[in-house]
Design a protein around this ligand. Structure first.
Ligand SMILES: [Zn+2]
Ligand SMILES: [Zn+2]
Length: 169
């Protein structure tokens, strides 16, 4: 999401704007992100506060089918203009700070992309009780017995197994 903040930069500290976001964002634009984005003029820049809902997509770690989880991204980031809005003079901005470009565009995409990466669980599941696939033929257990004698792994005991493993060390 890109917002032209030229007008807001000209307003006094404390001035606010709200925007409704509903678009595809993230890596490859595959995450549907929606929610409200609030901008507040600060003495050095613009504070962005936001609570967005994002769909995170990937492969189920048990059956490798498509998986999608919904997560909440919370932002509180200050963006600094790289040029002064009234004089056009260049302003000093820390290299790792979020900046507002010389066309006064505040670009939220990078922050959203980073947050989606951080919010992505290492193990996605298509559904919490996904039974997984047969390690021999790859058939989903949900589709029935493939005849290889493999039973769906009972994930309710995973935590206990992990604890046992840890206590043995
Ligand atoms: Zn699955
Ligand atoms: Zn099988």
């Amino acid at each position: 999401m890109q917002i032209n903040v030229a007008q807001l930069l000209k307003e006094p500290v404390g001035s606010k704007r709200s925007y409704r976001m509903d678009e595809l964002a993230g890596e490859n634009n595959e995450n549907h992100v929606e929610g409200e984005v609030n901008l507040t003029r600060t003495n050095r820049g613009i504070l962005v506060t936001s609570e967005l809902t994002a769909d995170i997509k990937g492969s189920c770690s048990r059956c490798l089918g498509p998986a999608c989880v919904r997560t909440t991204l919370r932002f509180e980031d200050e963006y600094y203009p790289i040029i002064d809005i009234s004089s056009g003079a260049p302003l000093k901005v820390e290299p790792d700070a979020f900046s507002i470009d010389n066309n006064h565009i505040l670009d939220l995409d990078e922050a959203i992309r980073q947050d989606i990466v951080m919010a992505t669980p290492t193990k996605l599941l298509c559904k919490t009780d996904c039974p997984g696939i047969c390690p021999v033929c790859g058939q989903e257990f949900a589709r029935g017995d493939c005849g290889h004698g493999n039973k769906p792994h009972d994930h309710r005991w995973d935590k206990l197994a992990e604890l046992r493993k840890e206590s043995r060390v």
